[in-house]
Write a protein that binds this ligand. Structure first.
Ligand code: ADP
Ligand code: ZN
Ligand code: ZN
Length: 655
C-alpha cells in the first residue's frame, strides 16, 4: 500500500492535496490511483479522486491527515484516463477533479434525455453484403491503422453497416472500438444494432441507463471484458484498451457538446484520443457540420461518399410554403394536406423546433430581418425598452419605421411562442386526434414509447413535437410531414442558425416516408426565398456549405476563427456587468492584435433562474493564443464575489 495519496476534488480549485492512505474493511489495501476516496477538506469530508501516489512526503508527515474512506476498492480510471482528463480540464478551463467526476459514470449524474427502450426494427446480427460505395468506403477506412474519414451519405445510405464492419475489422486486429451516438431517442436503434452485432463484448454507456448500470458497464470495460463501447458523448472517455477506432455517428448533432463544465465536445476529444492513441476516426452524417466540411475541403479528413438511400426510391418532394400571408401557424396548404391524409386513412407528423425565439423584428412584406451591423446575427427586440439589441457585441439601435430593404412600413415583431403554437395546431384540427410528444409532455420513459406505439397503430392522426417525433417519420402510415416553422432556428441570434435550420430540414426530409413514395414534406417559412431554405429543400449540401462557408469567412466566424465564450452569472445585474467589463478589458489587453474581445453584452437569454447573464466572446485565429489570454484574464479577474464565471471554448450555442 502506498503511504501517501494525491487527491483531486470536484471543486473549482486547481490543485491537488496530499493525504495518508489507509486500509479499510472493504479495501484492506487502501486506495490506488483512479479510486475515489472521501477525505477531510476545509471542515468537511468530501469525495475526491486519487490521481497520484507518493512513497514519501516532502512536508512533515505527521501533519498529513489520513483519508476518511475508500469509495472504490477497484480503480474507476486508469492512468491514461486521468491523463486524458487532465488535458481536457486544461483545455476547457476546469479542474481535474471536476473533469473526472463529469466523465465517469460514478461521478456527477448527467441529465437524462429521456431515452426509451422502444424497438423499431429487429437489428441484424450478421454482416450484410456491402453495396459498391459501402465497400469502397470500408476499404478506405481500413487502408490505414489510423487517419480521419467521413462517411457522407443520405439517411438510409448504409453508413451504420460500414461503421459496424469497420468495428469488426478493428476488433479482429486486437484493438478496441468506441461507437458514439448522439443523445436522442432516435439512436436507440443503432445502439441495439451494435449490441446485437457484438454481444457480450459490447458495453453500453448511455444516459438512458441507471447510474449503477452504467457504472457496471464501465467496470466491464476497465476489466477488459468489453472492448466495444457504444454510447453518448461521455463514452468517448471510456477506458477502452488499445483503442483502434472511434465512430462519431450523426457528427453534426449538438448533443456532442457538453452543456455543463467541462464543456467538452466529444468530436474534439475523439480527435485528440485518436491522434494520440493511433486510432482510426470515422465520422458520418447526411448533413456534416460546417467545421467538418471545411476540414474535408482542406484535406484534413477524407470524404467518402455513400450517396442516396440504399432501398432506392427518391426522397419525398419538399414543398416550401410562404407563411407571410397566413393567419395562423398552420398554413391553408398544410392543413389541406393533413386533412387529405386523414381522408385517405393516413397520418401526419408536425415538427416544432422548441428552441424558437419569439421576439424578432422583421418586415412582413419582404421577410427582411434586421441584423447587427457588426455581427450579422439577428437583432433581438426588447419590447419594454423599444430597442433592438445585438446579443453578441451589445450594439443597440432603435427599431426602424420602414423596412431598410424594401421600404415597406409593415414592420414589427413576429414569430409565435411554441406553447401557443401547440394549442393552435390542436385547435386547427378539432376532429382529429392530435398528440404532442416532447421532453415536457413525455417525462417518463414509458410515455414516449406508448405514444409512438399508439401512433404506429393508427390511434393518433397528428403527432406533433420536437426531435423526439423523428422516430415516427418512417412509419408506414405517415403521409404528411410538416416543419411548422423552419425559421425558428434561423431567427436565433446565433451564427450557427443557418446550419441548424438547414440540417433540421434535410434530416426530416431524409427520414420521412421511407415506405411511402407518395409522402409529402411541407416546410413552412417566413423566408421562402431564403437560400438556406431553398438549398435544404433541394438537399443541396455542397451548395449550402459553399454559401455558409463564404458567410462565415466574411464575418470571421468559425471555422475561420476560434471562439472562447465567457459567461458571467449573478443575482445582481450590476455585479455581472462589472465582472464582464473587467474581464473584457483584461482580455483585450492580453489578446494578439489579430484577435478581439466582443462585448460585454447581455446573453440572448439575459435572465435565467433569477440570474442575470452577461458574456464576452473572444475571437481569434488561434485557440492557443485565445486560451492563454483567457486564462490570464481570468486569473486577473480573480473570483468576483457573487458572480459565477464559466468559460466555454468552441461554444456551440451563444444563447
Ligand atoms: P444510415 O446509417 O446511412 O442512415 P442505415 O444503416 O440505417 O443507413 O441503412 C438503411 C437500411 O439499409 C437499413 O435497414 C440497413 O439494414 C440496410 N442496409 C444497409 N446496408 C445494406 C446492404 N449492404 N445490403 C442490404 N441492406 C443494407
Ligand atoms: Zn421589407
Ligand atoms: Zn453585434
Amino acid at each position: 500500500m502506498t503511504e501517501f495519496l494525491r487527491v483531486a476534488f470536484d471543486v473549482p480549485l486547481d490543485r491537488l492535496f496530499t493525504y495518508r492512505n489507509i486500509g479499510t474493511k472493504a479495501a484492506p489495501d487502501g486506495a490506488r490511483i483512479g479510486c475515489r476516496v472521501e477525505a477531510p477538506f476545509r471542515n468537511r469530508v468530501i469525495e475526491g479522486w486519487v490521481v497520484g501516489e507518493l512513497s514519501a512526503c516532502d512536508i512533515d508527515s505527521s501533519l498529513v491527515k489520513p483519508i476518511a474512506k475508500v469509495v472504490d476498492p477497484e480503480p474507476l480510471a486508469g492512468e491514461a484516463t486521468i491523463a486524458l482528463a487532465a488535458r481536457v480540464a486544461r483545455m476547457y478551463f476546469c479542474t481535474l477533479g471536476e473533469t473526472l467526476s463529469a466523465i465517469t459514470p460514478g461521478g456527477r449524474r448527467e441529465s437524462s434525455a429521456g431515452a426509451d427502450s422502444f424497438e423499431e426494427t429487429a437489428p441484424c446480427d450478421h454482416s450484410l453484403v456491402l453495396s459498391a460505395p459501402q465497400r469502397a468506403a470500408l476499404e478506405r477506412v481500413l487502408s490505414e491503422k489510423s487517419g480521419r474519414k467521413y462517411l457522407f451519405g443520405a439517411t438510409g445510405s448504409g453508413k451504420t453497416e460500414v461503421f459496424l464492419q469497420a468495428a469488426e475489422a478493428t476488433l479482429a486486429e486486437g484493438r478496441g472500438v468506441i461507437y458514439l451516438v448522439p443523445e436522442i431517442a432516435l439512436t436507440h436503434q443503432v445502439v441495439e444494432a451494435v449490441r446485437t452485432r457484438f454481444g457480450e463484448r459490447c458495453a453500453v454507456l448511455h444516459s438512458g441507463l441507471t447510474p449503477s448500470r452504467r457504472l457496471a458497464e464501465w467496470r466491464r470495460v476497465m476489466r477488459g471484458e468489453a472492448d466495444v463501447v457504444v454510447g453518448a458523448r461521455s463514452a468517448v472517455f471510456a477506458p477502452v484498451p488499445r483503442l483502434g477506432l472511434v465512430v462519431v455517428d450523426e457528427e453534426h448533432e449538438g448533443s456532442y457538446k457538453s452543456g455543463s463544465s467541462p464543456r467538452y465536445h466529444a468530436r474534439q476529444v475523439a480527435m485528440m484520443r485518436c491522434a494520440e492513441e493511433g486510432a482510426r476516426l470515422v465520422m458520418g452524417s447526411a448533413t456534416p457540420s460546417v467545421e467538418a466540411w471545411k476540414l474535408m475541403l482542406d484535406g484534413g479528413m477524407e470524404k467518402l461518399e455513400l450517396g442516396g438511400r440504399l432501398s432506392g426510391g427518391a426522397p419525398p418532394e419538399v414543398e416550401i410554403v410562404d407563411m407571410r400571408d397566413e393567419a395562423g401557424p398552420v398554413s391553408r396548404r398544410l392543413a389541406a394536406l393533413v386533412r387529405g391524409a386523414k381522408a385517405a386513412g393516413g397520418q401526419s407528423i408536425l415538427f416544432l423546433n422548441r428552441r424558437g425565439f419569439s421576439h424578432r423584428f422583421s418586415c412582413r412584406t419582404c421577410g427582411e430581418e434586421l441584423k447587427c451591423r457588426h455581427c450579422s446575427v439577428p437583432l433581438t427586440w426588447h419590447k419594454d425598452r423599444d430597442a433592438l439589441v445585438c446579443h453578441y457585441c451589445g450594439y443597440r439601435a432603435p427599431p426602424p419605421r420602414a423596412c431598410p430593404s424594401c421600404g415597406s412600413l409593415d414592420v414589427g415583431w413576429g414569430g409565435f411562442g411554441t406553447e401557443r403554437l401547440e394549442e393552435e395546431v390542436a385547435a386547427a384540427f378539432p376532429d382529429l386526434t392530435v398528440r404532442r410528444l416532447d421532453a415536457d409532455s413525455a417525462t417518463g420513459k414509458g410515455e414516449a414509447r406508448k405514444l409512438l406505439e399508439d401512433f404506429r397503430a393508427g390511434r393518433i392522426d397528428v403527432l406533433l413535437g420536437t426531435q423526439m417525433v423523428a422516430k415516427g417519420l418512417n412509419f408506414p402510415g405517415v403521409k404528411v410531414v410538416g416543419v411548422v416553422l423552419a425559421d425558428t432556428s434561423l431567427n436565433l441570434p446565433d451564427f450557427r442558425a443557418a446550419e441548424r435550420a438547414f440540417s433540421l430540414i434535410v434530416q426530416v426530409a431524409g427520414r420521412a416516408g421511407r415506405f411511402t413514395p407518395d409522402g409529402r414534406v411541407v416546410v413552412q417559412t417566413f423566408k421562402p426565398r431564403s437560400p438556406v431554405i431553398r438549398l435544404a429543400a433541394a438537399t443541396d449540401v455542397a451548395g449550402f456549405q459553399a454559401l455558409e462557408l463564404e458567410a462565415r469567412r466574411e464575418l470571421g466566424f468559425p471555422p475561420y476563427s476560434r471562439l472562447v465564450r465567457v459567461v458571467f452569472r449573478s443575482k445582481s445585474p450590476e455585479k455581472a456587468d462589472r465582472a464582464a467589463e473587467t474581464f473584457a478589458r483584461l482580455a483585450a489587453e492580453r489578446l494578439d492584435p489579430d484577435a478581439e474581445a466582443l462585448g460585454p453584452a447581455e446573453c440572448p437569454i439575459a435572465l435565467m433562474a433569477g440570474n442575470a447573464r452577461r458574456h464576452v466572446v473572444l475571437k481569434g485565429p488561434s485557440m492557443g493564443a485565445l486560451h492563454a489570454a483567457c486564462s490570464s484574464a481570468l486569473s486577473g479577474l480573480g473570483e468576483p464575489p457573487g458572480v459565477y464565471v464559466e468559460a466555454d471554448p468552441d461554444p456551440v450555442s451563444l444563447l
